[in-house]
Design a protein around this ligand. Sequence first.
Ligand code: V0V
Ligand code: CO
Length: 150
Amino acid sequence: MDISDLFVCIDHVGLAVPDMDQALAFHVGTMGWRLLHREQNAEQGVDEAMLGTGVQGAENAMIQLLAPLSEESAVGKFIAKNGGRGGIQHIAYRVADMDAVDATLRERGVALLYPAPKTGTGGARINFVHPKSTGGVLLEITQPPADAHH
Ligand code: V0V
Ligand code: CO
């Protein structure tokens, strides 16, 4: 299958942050990005804030601030390896049909982290490709729910 048409856009860039309050003060207070959504995702081990910019109500660029819920979580380990500092933890591609993209990537030998998609921000379906298979960048694939605003 040609999956090129199924990649819609970069949904968000995920930033690991050691301190959510400080990160919000900078990205929202100083930079003026809008706070679109707050959520805790216990399965992913993150406290999350989705920020956006662009036309209000139709933000076309998003960043996801991720503070770890524990040291053993993916984001906790990332920050520890980075000397206690934050950084770019992942890039998320939005797809129109997760099942089709998932199946085609597997056929092409890509090792997705989860055997089936898990629940992400706002009820999205998410999966990841390990940085070892991508040249060093953790890639997320996300399909937002049909009624998502962003
Ligand atoms: C680890 N490595 C990374 C990396 N994390 N490289 C680039 N970006 C990252 N984020 C490198 C690390 O430096 C080592 O390189 C190597 O990978 C170690 O592999 P590992 O032993 O498997 O490392 P771990 O235990 O740190 O785990 C890495 C993975 C973990 C990718 C398996 O982070 C994971 O399960 N991620 C998926 C879940 C996740 O990230 N959730 C948080 C976002 P050397 O030293 O060997 O060269 S949640 C989210 O985005 C949501 C909810 C949403 O958007 O909806
Ligand atoms: Co993400």
